[in-house]
Design a protein around this ligand. Structure first.
Ligand SMILES: [Zn+2]
Ligand SMILES: [Zn+2]
Length: 180
């Protein structure tokens, strides 16, 4: 599965016949807006990042697995969106089939990690999911920092950071950043 970010959504493009067939049959029986519940991660390849997450809807589970070294970080990002985000998984926004093919194999699926509580925009990145505030709103935010330093996620490093963070959007402004 190729995983890209597009307009605050995740675009999942199957890259094998099996993914096109099985994943396509699965989403085709779901409603748009359906919740794909997070059911944990698949086997790891030995390091700290995940290659596979398991999603469930309509009583059926499917794996989302990256294709290559770069994808595993994207899969890990999706895992964090599922784990820390408001949905407990991903929302199925839309999908498309390859109309030219008589068997209608799946072309792609669009998923959301949830919607911004301030502007309603879809998000698919980890910080937005954790705080339910999209990136654009966080950049416009008049940050109100916590009085004390606390631990907050720094998804760019995969570690917890110590610092003062905004109580409204959760971001750690650069001036207040103190890496753990
Ligand atoms: Zn927003
Ligand atoms: Zn803020």
């Amino acid at each position: 599965m190729k995983i890209e970010h597009q307009d605050g959504m995740g675009k999942l493009t199957p890259t094998t016949d099996e993914e096109r067939r099985a994943f396509g049959a699965w989403v085709a029986q779901l409603e748009r807006g359906a919740r794909l519940r997070y059911k944990g991660q698949g086997p790891r390849d030995g390091d700290e990042q995940f290659w596979t997450i398991v999603l469930e809807a309509a009583g059926v589970r499917h794996n989302v697995r990256g294709d290559d070294e770069a994808d595993k970080f994207k899969v890990n990002g999706l895992r964090n969106v599922c784990f820390f985000g408001p949905v407990g998984g991903l929302l199925l926004v839309d999908w498309a089939f390859q109309e030219a093919d008589v068997r209608r194999p799946l072309a792609y699926v669009l998923v959301s990690g949830g919607y911004c509580k301030l502007c309603g925009a879809s998000f698919i990145d980890e910080s937005s999911a954790e705080w339910k505030v999209c990136r654009a709103c966080s950049e416009k935010c008049a940050h109100e920092l916590t009085p004390e330093e606390g631990l907050t996620h720094n998804f760019s490093t995969g570690r917890l950071s110590a610092g003062r963070y905004c109580t409204k959007c959760g971001r750690v402004p650069a001036a207040a950043k103190a890496e753990a």
